[in-house]
Design a binder for this molecule. Sequence first.
Ligand SMILES: C[S@@+](CC[C@H](N)C(=O)[O-])C[C@H]1O[C@@H](n2cnc3c(N)ncnc32)[C@H](O)[C@@H]1O
Length: 218
Amino acid sequence: MMRLFELDGRLSLCSEFVRSDSRLADIGTDHAYLPVYLAKKGVISSALACDINDGPLKAAKKCIEKYGVSNIVTIKKCDGLSQVDVNNIDDIVIAGMGGELIANILSKSELIKDISKHLILQPMTKHEILTKWLYKNGFEILNQRAVYCDKKYYTVMLCRYCSKKTDLDLYSCLTGKLDINDEVAKEFLKKSLKNLENKFLHDKTLKPTIEKLKDDLL
Ligand SMILES: C[S@@+](CC[C@H](N)C(=O)[O-])C[C@H]1O[C@@H](n2cnc3c(N)ncnc32)[C@H](O)[C@@H]1O
């Protein structure tokens, strides 16, 4: 029997947000590590492992076959959610892409505007832009955590549609639902603070946000 691999800290945190018995769609699946892992662990009832590129889909197919989960995990070539019948999906994971690309993918699907669907999002960059888009378009963050993995800090957010549209300020977009007392979240936000301080050289309006974040991180 093939011994199951471990997920790295980033994908492991994504996996923690996937509901038991869920029908999963993993968008930008690459090697399909997340759906294969969850299938082997008996967490999900089905999964679509989606990717826009042939190389990753080939790797995904290999991984699915190697671990004998082709009855649970199916590969699909598509751009974002374009070919996914979201009516038959409970949890959607989009991990390992930039925050703007994730927002762009979400903006093209009306069917995700359903309170029963969970979005598990892990932006590699510009998480504040994704958070801004989510709230502006009637979504909310239910839970958000930070994780340290391969010498970097990442955040994962669990979101769903709530229909209330809110225009969040920059500070709220940066901090989201992170627990400011959590040491890993603090380290993650220190990176955002550093970016803001660099931008401050050209944009003095960032001063109040920088000061508020500094107060939190002391
Ligand atoms: C860095 S990998 C992330 C893999 C995995 N989700 C993870 O977090 O480890 C990004 C993957 O997204 C795929 N991708 C990029 N844009 C996409 C799109 N619009 N729709 C579907 N997949 C996309 C790429 O081909 C690549 O396999």
